[in-house]
Design a protein around this ligand. Structure first.
Ligand code: GLN
Length: 505
């Protein structure tokens, strides 16, 4: 029984819990057992919070027995990326500089998870401060792709995607600044959503680039993502960029999509997000998925977004600029690590230098240097200023495209999961993993990655759907329609084709 419980979707667990077929303590314990059995190999978690999770589960079971009105996801456990602050649970953002830090407060989205009664299983591994596409920049070791343990699980949120893909959690929270929810979802055969900028509170996310960061769901099904997104979304007075709009009916949209009729829907294929640089197997799965959407009644046209070709370059000026400013607070005085110089006077400046020298990894230092340079007097207009202009042109490309079509589509990532170590010494090759996801963050619009099959190497491929800002419901309608059509073809979820992990080693 316990082995089967971890294979169920959150929606199915929610129904089983509501009927009383199973308790939250049983469901939570099954996931903790699964973590104990496989996480030695996968290393999705940095911290497992057994006691707190079981206490939450027991509380939900008691409330249910007392006939209290509960949230549909009450009692369904969840994993949280370690860049999200959790009161009483260590939060490191994958960095040595925050080792041992236990936040005194919860992020708004964590408060919402807790208020709804979702047991938090633990905190998941990630690239340091969410900089990376493979989780190899974590200061705490690699996470392994459940499809092939010698390969990367994507990044920066490889821990959340691997946890969900390895049945170590039915739901997880990720954050996406340039692709860190969607690209890991693509390479692990899971579902990941980057919501409209401002629609999920950033209060309590350790900031990477404040104008790009968004938290969102990582799940095994489109419906589960909709359930989680509705829970964490919506206005938050603690986040000054939080939208005041109500969350659209995402669950309704997912159900509508699963019914399979897309007549009247116009889908635009972005010409610039495909072709050269994309693995042939990735393109083949993309074309097949398009055919299925067409068969469901959607009209497919090609659209051009010419400035997307400059998105990566603009992102790697804007992101380091914002990151260098956001990371200035890690100075050895306020949070986590403090290193005193080994010799000479102990001045504030020298403590700061020693702490940052020892606490930050190479990728973080690289970006702080780039960002500081791009913002410096005399270079600001040439670099940061130009990048912001390109950002506006990209937003205009989206606006022009959405005047013609309801959603845009592309492969989520240009390749399947590469081998651990393969791109570690080549930052530019690492950055290219996000060519198709970064334009979405630069424009603040929402995007989803849905599994679209296996490439020739037997590894999962993701299909990206992009919608206009505030129209996140379209992601769920199209995503669920594609998922339903593909699962009919495969005879079940793609993850069922993943090799079994060895347990209890
Ligand atoms: N891989 C991208 C980067 O390294 C995206 C990171 C993210 O979305 N957090 O910046």
């Amino acid at each position: 029984m316990s082995a089967d419980l971890v294979r169920l979707s959150a929606a199915t667990l929610s129904q089983a819990l509501a009927r009383g077929d199973v308790s939250s303590v049983e469901v939570t314990r099954a996931h903790l057992d699964r973590i104990a059995a496989v996480d030695g190999d996968v290393h999705a978690y940095l911290h497992v919070s057994d006691e707190q999770a079981l206490a939450t589960a027991a509380g939900v079971d008691k409330a249910r027995a007392a006939g209290e009105d509960l949230h549909p996801l009450a009692g369904v456990p969840i994993a949280v990326k370690d860049v999200v602050v959790t009161r009483g649970l260590p939060t490191t953002a994958g960095s040595k500089i925050l080792e041992g830090w236990v936040p005194p407060y919860d992020a708004t989205l964590v408060s919402r998870l807790k208020a709804a009664g979702l047991p938090i299983l633990g905190k998941t591994n990630m690239d340091e401060f969410a900089m990376g596409s493979s989780t190899e920049h974590s200061a705490y070791g690699n996470t392994h792709n459940p499809w092939d343990l010698t390969r990367i699980p994507g990044g920066s949120g490889g821990g959340s995607a691997a946890a969900v893909g390895a049945y170590e959690a039915p739901l997880a929270i990720g954050t996406d600044t340039g692709g860190s929810i969607r690209q890991p979802a693509a390479v692990t055969g899971t579902v990941g959503v980057k919501p409209t900028y401002g629609s999920v509170s950033r209060y309590g996310l350790i900031a990477l680039a404040s104008s790009l960061d968004q938290a969102g769901p990582v799940t095994r099904t489109v419906l589960d993502a909709a359930l989680l997104h509705e829970l964490i979304g919506g206005h938050d007075p603690l986040d000054s960029t939080s939208l005041t709009d109500p969350v659209p009916d995402l669950v309704g949209a997912a159900r509508l999509g699963a019914a399979g009729d897309l007549s009247g829907v116009r889908i635009g294929v972005v010409r610039e997000l495909g072709g050269e640089g994309y693995q042939p197997g990735v393109l083949a799965r993309f074309t097949e998925s398009l055919e299925l959407l067409q068969a469901a009644g959607a009209e497919v046209v090609e659209v051009s977004c010419p400035h997307f070709d400059y998105a990566l370059a603009a992102y790697y000026l804007i992101l380091p600029a914002e990151a260098s400013s956001n990371l200035a607070k890690f100075d050895g005085m306020r949070f986590g690590l403090r290193v005193e110089p080994s010799e000479g006077p102990v001045t504030a400046e020298r403590v700061m230098a020693a702490t940052r020298g020892a606490g930050f990894g190479d990728e973080v230092k690289r970006r702080i240097i780039l960002g500081t340079y791009a913002l410096s007097a005399g270079y600001y207009d040439a670099y940061y200023g130009s990048a912001q202009k390109v950002r506006t042109l990209i937003q205009r490309d989206f606006a022009a495209a959405f005047a013609q079509v309801d959603v845009l589509v592309s492969p989520t990532a240009p390749t399947t999961a590469f081998r651990l170590g393969e791109k570690l010494d080549d930052p530019l090759a690492m950055y290219l993993n996000d060519v198709a996801t970064i334009p979405v963050n630069l424009a603040g619009v929402p995007g989803i990655s849905v599994p679209s099959g296996l490439s020739d190497d037997g590894l999962p491929v993701g299909f990206q759907v992009i919608a206009p800002a505030r129209a996140d419901d379209r992601l769920y309608r199209i995503g669920a329609a594609l998922e339903a059509a593909l699962e009919e073809r495969w005879g079940g979820p793609l993850l069922e084709q993943a090799p079994e992990l060895e347990t209890n080693r």
